[in-house]
Design a protein around this ligand. Structure first.
Ligand SMILES: Nc1nc2c(ncn2[C@@H]2O[C@H](COP(=O)(O)OP(=O)(O)OP(=O)(O)O)[C@@H](O)[C@H]2O)c(=O)[nH]1
Ligand SMILES: [Mg+2]
Length: 350
């Protein structure tokens, strides 16, 4: 499932999976006004994973963009409704992955604020246990990115460009995928899907609608609930790190097995995960293994740190305040009045 603000290329990316002779399954449009207004899914059968003999069936779910300003009605009025629809869809269908699409070619002054709001919004999605990733849609020309050095240079530029968006809030480590030019969009989506399918989620949770969150706050501060939320938030961080550790360990193992085999081709089937990472070559496997080894060190450190954290009443209050302020921030960005909510939840705001 792809989500994100309007005009980022969510529908365009879905169309990349359709055959060249097919009519585009998802509606796209130029201009500044949002285009998609319904959640639509399309099943693509036998999608080939590049450089392997594998194929997968992939259901691509396109969603309306939000939060965004509607220049015609001069309002943000659709945003809350779209969010609710997306949350309901996620809870009912549980997609393997939620992909936040960011287009780096549009650079408006309001981008930073909007994207910050977005990174807070989907923080809640992470708690569902569904794999969340960022897909950077750079739209560049293939010719400019033939050389690795060009891609690395652009990656740094993109990283600087999106630094203020609070992306690290929801995606630490290696969950940002870069598509430098449009031919790469499909493979980057496949990489995300393959990684997502590898997760075994034990603790399935529902994403909350704004209505539900607001109703929770309207009840006032309750220390037992707040403690539960604080603990859950910590657990969700630890779980996420554990999944990553498991994935990297598996990747190291897979690369080692493939490299030790006399004939690489015999081992390719079933190993799309390693192969779609750094390509098929021996050097690619070594790079992938090194990459995972380095990331494991950081992840193990983070895991130890979070696991040794114990929660006291001050932590609970701080966490509850933070969550409430984030929620008010989101609603304010969507131009909803939060004065009343603040009053009702006054204990925390004082
Ligand atoms: N050539 C090219 N055009 C792109 C790319 N990404 C987006 N576009 C164009 O940008 C415009 C907006 O893309 P859409 O796919 O409609 O954007 P969206 O995120 O679905 O927007 P909403 O439906 O409003 O939420 C369309 O004209 C697309 O053709 C890309 O990678 N390459
Ligand atoms: Mg669209």
């Amino acid at each position: 499932m792809v989500i994100g603000r309007s005009r980022q290329g969510k529908s365009f990316i879905g169309n990349c999976f359709a055959g060249s002779e097919e009519i585009d399954p998802f509606l796209t449009a130029e201009g500044i006004k949002g285009c998609t207004d319904e959640i639509t899914s399309r099943l693509f059968r036998n999608v080939e994973i590049p450089d392997t003999k594998e194929t997968i069936d992939l259901t691509y779910t396109d969603t309306p963009g939000f939060p965004d300003f509607d220049p015609e009605t001069k309002s943000y009025e659709n945003s809350v409704g779209y969010y609710t629809k997306i949350v309901e869809y996620i809870n009912k269908n549980r997609p393997d992955a939620i992909i936040w699409v960011i287009n780096t070619t549009s650079r408006n002054p309001e981008d930073e604020g909007m994207n910050k709001t977005f990174s807070l919004l989907i923080k809640d999605f992470k708690k569902t246990g569904i794999y969340c990733a960022v897909l950077v849609n750079n739209q560049g020309s293939k010719r400019s990115f033939k050389r690795k050095v060009e891609r690395e240079k652009t990656k740094v530029q993109i990283q600087n460009h999106i630094k203020g968006y609070g992306i690290e809030n929801f995606t630490d480590g290696d969950h940002i995928y870069y598509s430098y030019y449009e031919d790469l969009l499909k493979v980057e989506v496949l990489r995300i899907v393959l990684r997502a399918q590898d997760r075994e989620v034990l603790d399935v949770k529902e994403a909350r609608t704004f209505e539900k969150i607001e109703a929770d706050y309207a009840k006032g501060f309750d220390s037992a609930t707040a403690t539960k939320h604080c603990q859950e938030s910590l657990n969700s961080k630890i779980d996420s790190i554990k999944y990553d550790i498991g994935w990297h360990k598996k990747r190291i193992q897979t690369c080692t097995t493939v490299m030790q085999a006399d004939t690489v081709s015999g081992f390719l089937i079933g190993f799309g995960l390693a192969i779609t990472t750094f390509g098929l070559s021996h050097t690619g496997m070594i790079l992938a293994r090194e990459d995972s080894r380095l990331k494991l060190v950081t992840l193990e450190g983070e895991k130890t740190m979070y696991e040794s954290q114990s929660i006291d009443s001050e932590d609970v209050l701080r966490h509850a305040k933070e969550e409430f302020e984030e929620f008010c921030g989101i609603l304010t960005a969507l131009k909803q009045d939060v004065t009343d909510l603040r009053k009702r939840y006054s204990l925390l705001c004082d």
